[in-house]
Design a protein around this ligand. Structure first.
Ligand code: SF4
Length: 466
């Protein structure tokens, strides 16, 4: 077989990657300037678009490592029984293409998927080598999305997460039955296991980051999946239920839906022709409304404090006055509306003085102060314990002491404290008193773009935060 040059491989492997819907489109077939007709084109493949946390649209080089595949999924153009031209990049070819396109400003990141040659681990190991080389040897800080290979080992998926911003595992089809029928070499267990592994890795990474400053990142842009709609007979409700369970159970950032495109001849697939009408078996228009929880008023806040045993009648007015004077709340009619400052201060306290920012602790402190006032407790002993803590501070009922918490405070990243991740890669950040929130998306090496003022406030309100 004649050797293909990199350009020929790129044409084949970028074209084969266009069916992957895990980013925005590669264009339509309506306008095409190739052949000297005008300027610009919506046709072609190779570059797709994705959205960063700060809202920017970034261009990604979207390719397969190979379109050779040992599997024979009925709906896939790369299935082993399909008669298509095959190609495979080497690790260095993908690295060089990415770096050279990046330097020429064609792309800002990489979307890398693959057919399976030889075995899942053999293929996954090459994908890992590519992203590792980009990050460690070339210090590439652009966005990287890697599709994991079904059946690849836990170790390789864990390693991929160290270098990729996003990992994804395709759920492929909306039911296990459809998978058995159209892709019998795959099964839900093999798909859901790595999804669970990635979910756990992301959670663990966040927890470790909260404790230690220097923890290697793991799939910081989360995980996504894709399923093909229309190749099998599931109803919309079944598909939405599956998506919901994936969002809830695996913490996915996105479930992408890819409309079935007939690219192979197979009796198991729906026989569709261009122009076939879409029919619906059943349609119901259901309204759905939600309303936010009511805000505290002065009266309801005092009632809540009373119920939790926090404060005393003589202190309620002073407490409300302090939170108003310090700008933690403002009055809108009867309602007390929390300010951005309040969220930032609360977060700072919760993260650094968690044992103090606790309803039970506050209520028990009130009782202790009552006991001191009544002469039943010694104030010096109480204050000494509060400040210096118990011997090791880790046992049941023991406290670590304020001095220990203050001495071990470490550096506080004010920007981080002032930011709230509201999901979907969007971060809302306050700008101090009266400055109003900003909302934006962030990506590796990119300056965040923000919505300020009203837009930011709207984003914050949307998030139920302001
Ligand atoms: S494993 Fe992936 S590339 Fe291979 S045939 Fe199935 S869907 Fe296509």
């Amino acid at each position: 077989m004649a050797q293909l040059d990199t350009r020929e491989k790129l044409a084949i492997l970028a074209d084969a990657a266009k069916y992957d819907a895990s980013c925005a489109s590669s264009g339509t077939s309506k306008r095409d300037s190739r052949g000297g007709k005008g300027v610009g084109s919506t046709e072609g493949m190779g570059i797709c678009h994705s959205y960063t946390e700060d809202g920017r649209c970034v261009s990604l080089l979207k390719i397969l490592l190979t379109n050779h595949c040992i599997f024979d999924c009925a709906y896939c153009v790369s299935r082993r029984s399909n008669d298509v031209k095959r190609a495979a990049f080497t690790v260095d070819e993908v690295v060089d293409l990415t770096i050279n396109f990046y330097r020429r400003n064609y792309i800002e990141g990489l979307f890398l998927s693959s057919g399976i040659f030889s075995s899942p681990d053999y293929t996954m190991e090459r994908l890992v080598r590519i992203v590792k080389k980009l990050r460690t040897e070339h210090k590439f800080n652009g966005y990287i999305h890697v599709k994991t290979i079904p059946g690849a080992s836990e170790e390789l998926i864990a390693e991929a997460g160290l270098y990729a911003d996003r990992l994804s595992v395709n759920i492929e089809l909306p039911s296990e039955l459809a998978l058995q029928t159209l892709a019998p070499e795959k099964n839900y267990a093999e798909i859901l296991t790595p999804m669970g592994q990635i979910r756990d890795g992301i959670i663990q990474n966040k927890e470790e980051k909260a404790l230690f400053k220097k923890v290697p990142a793991f799939a910081t842009a989360g995980q996504s999946t894709q399923l093909i709609v229309g190749a099998s007979g599931e109803t919309d409700l079944q598909i939405i239920k599956l998506s919901d369970s994936l969002y809830q159970g695996y913490g996915l950032k996105r479930v992408y839906y890819s409309g079935y495109i007939p690219v192979t001849d197979d009796a198991r697939l729906p026989q569709l022709a261009q122009g076939d009408p879409v029919t619906a078996n059943d349609l119901t228009a259901d309204g759905h409304q939600t309303s936010p929880p009511p805000r505290f008023t002065e009266a309801s806040l005092i009632k809540a404090l009373e119920e939790r045993g926090i404060g005393r009648p003589s202190t309620y007015a002073a407490t409300i006055s302090v939170i108003q004077d310090r700008g933690y709340v403002s009055n809108r009619g009867q309602a007390l509306v929390p300010s951005w400052l309040a969220f930032a201060v609360t977060r700072l306290l919760e993260e650094n003085f968690h044992w103090l920012v606790d309803y039970d602790f506050t209520a028990s402190m009130e009782e202790d102060l009552d006991a001191i006032a009544a002469g039943d407790k010694n104030r010096v002993e109480w204050l000494t314990r509060f400040y210096f803590g118990d011997a090791d501070g880790a046992g049941a009922g023991e406290i670590e002491g304020l001095s220990h918490a203050v001495e071990n405070l470490g550096e506080i990243d004010a920007r981080e404290v002032n930011s709230i991740d509201i999901g979907d890669g969007i971060t809302v950040r306050g700008r101090g008193r009266g400055g109003g929130p900003q909302a934006g998306r962030r990506s590796r090496g990119a300056r965040p773009r923000r919505a300020h003022g009203r837009q930011g406030a709207r984003a914050a309100r949307y998030a139920g935060r302001g």
